[in-house]
Design a binder for this molecule. Structure first.
Ligand SMILES: [Fe+2]
Ligand SMILES: [Fe+2]
Length: 341
């Protein structure tokens, strides 16, 4: 039927609107847990600008230390600065799928939270570097130059992820997306709680604490949806999830552990440079876990996720990097990546 064909004069009621259609015009309520999470997101909303920035004086640190700390925030931004559009796309999908009202609101809250996390990264980087962009920044020290080079490679790889994500979202059901999201949220909650616990700078500590709390809510949203949908899930979706978890491990290792070279397109100096930069930040009181601690944390996060997926009979992939055995998954590439922070 063409747009211009007028039908209202010849019919009592219009024909059914073709689906999927972006607007539900319905406020169905089914999952009580999600209503609680939404209420918490309203109560716990915070403004990155209102953190105690007046207690922070970047000039107390040397330029090496400032560039090293800014590097860590840049690394985080590679994941967090893509999160608002990533969740905005998922938010639209909840409307197309005519999800229950509270699911739509919860995804709205995640999009809004992730925007806050991105703002926090931007504020920290801008204050540390006195420049709003780690890519066009002119390094002042040798450490800064290494950080600048690594930042370019991180950005390059992050850009490939976004192209993959845009292709993946329309292809997968929300059920498959949830497990990938859960993986990102577990990873995020892990890292922010660690950072908050040991960071010496009050404004960063407070920021990490608030971001960690947000990530905990995001986890709860994914878990509630999995509990609702996974008992009736298709077998073919289960196989897809196993593959997604392996892909997610490789992608998120970039921030939680160290970027695996078979997946991240980085040169031989990337990891040695990153270790050196992190040591400078650590000495300045900006806590970043050391190699073994990162590995242990990441392993525990994966075991948590495995515990959730086991309940629904979804095979867990082998993750030999952190000593977890499971189903062998090969040929993971950027096209397969959904996980987000
Ligand atoms: Fe986040
Ligand atoms: Fe999140």
């Amino acid at each position: 039927m063409s747009h211009h064909e007028r039908i209202a004069h010849s019919m009592e009621l219009p024909p059914a609107t073709a689906q999927p259609n972006v607007y539900p015009l319905s406020w169905r309520s089914q999952t009580a847990k999600l209503e609680e999470v939404w209420d918490a997101s309203q109560r716990e909303y915070w403004d990155p600008k209102k953190l105690p920035w007046d207690t922070f004086d970047a000039a107390r640190y040397s330029w090496e230390e400032r560039e090293a700390m800014a590097y860590w925030w840049t690394l985080l931004s590679v994941f967090d600065a893509s999160a608002p559009p990533v969740f905005a796309a998922a938010f639209i999908k909840t409307y197309e799928a005519h999800e229950e009202d509270a699911v739509r609101r919860c995804f709205f809250s995640v999009t809004r939270d992730e925007q806050n996390h991105e703002q926090l990264c931007g504020l920290a980087i801008t204050k540390l570097l006195e420049h709003p962009d780690p890519l066009t920044y002119e390094p002042k020290t040798e450490i800064g130059r290494k950080a600048w080079k690594n930042a370019h490679w991180l950005y390059h790889n992050g850009g490939r992820y976004w192209s993959g994500y845009k292709n993946a979202v329309p292809k997968y059901s929300l059920a498959v997306l949830f497990s990938s999201f859960l993986m990102g949220e577990i990873a995020a909650a892990t890292i922010f709680h660690q950072m908050a616990a040991k960071c010496s700078e009050p404004v960063f500590q407070e920021g990490f604490r608030k971001v960690g709390r947000d990530e905990g809510r995001h986890m709860a949203i994914c878990m509630a949806l999995m509990e609702r949908d996974y008992p009736k899930m298709d077998l073919s979706d289960k196989a897809l999830i196993t593959k997604q978890i392996r892909a997610g491990f490789l992608f998120l290792s970039g921030v939680l552990f160290e970027p695996p070279e078979d997946f991240w397109d980085i040169g031989p100096d990337f990891i040695p440079n990153q270790r050196e930069i992190e040591a400078v930040a650590r000495n300045a009181g900006f806590y970043i876990p050391e190699y073994e601690a990162k590995k242990e944390n990441w392993r525990n996060a994966m075991l948590n996720l495995k515990g959730v997926l086991d309940k629904y009979g979804i095979p867990f992939p082998a993750i030999p990097e952190v000593g977890i055995s499971g189903q062998e998954v090969r040929d993971v590439d950027m096209k397969d990546i959904i996980p987000v922070f």
